[in-house]
Ligand binder design. Structure first.
Ligand SMILES: [Zn+2]
Length: 115
C-alpha cells in the first residue's frame, strides 16, 4: 500500500527507523529501514567510553541479565574504573582525615561528598 505523502508504507512515515539505500543483486537501489544506532555510554568525568555497558535498543538491553547490563561495583555504569578508584581514594583519605573537604577538586565533589 503506497502512501500519498512518502510513496512508501504508512509505518515508514515515522522517523524512528533510519533509511539505508541498498543496491540489490539485480542492480536496482531500494530503501531499507533499519534500527538507529544508540550512542555510547561515557564516563561522567573523563568522557571515555565505558567498558561493560552494552549498547543497543532498550528492548535488547532488557533481555540481558542485570549483571550483564552494568558493572557490579560502586559507580558501575557511571564512571570508568580509573575514575571510580580515584573517587574511592578521595573518600578514604577524607574519612581518615588525611585531606579536608576543601582539598577535593570542585569538579569531583559531587561524587566524593555524597553521603
Ligand atoms: Zn573516567
Amino acid at each position: 500500500m503506497a502512501n500519498i505523502k512518502t510513496g512508501g508504507k504508512p509505518r515508514h512515515l515515522s522517523h524512528s527507523l533510519r533509511k539505508v539505500q541498498v543496491r540489490t543483486p539485480g542492480g536496482s537501489i531500494v530503501t531499507h529501514y533499519k534500527y538507529k544506532t544508540h550512542s555510547k555510554h561515557i564516563c561522567a568525568i573523563c568522557k571515555t567510553e565505558l567498558a561493560g555497558k552494552p549498547r543497543g535498543r532498550p528492548v535488547e538491553i532488557r533481555r540481558l541479565s542485570k549483571s550483564e547490563r552494568i558493572p557490579e561495583r560502586p559507580f558501575g555504569g557511571m564512571l570508568c574504573s580509573r575514575d571510580s578508584r580515584m573517587i574511592l581514594g578521595y573518600r578514604a583519605r577524607l574519612k581518615h582525615g588525611i585531606i579536608k573537604q576543601g582539598d577535593v577538586p570542585i569538579s569531583l565533589r559531587e561524587f566524593v561528598l555524597v553521603k
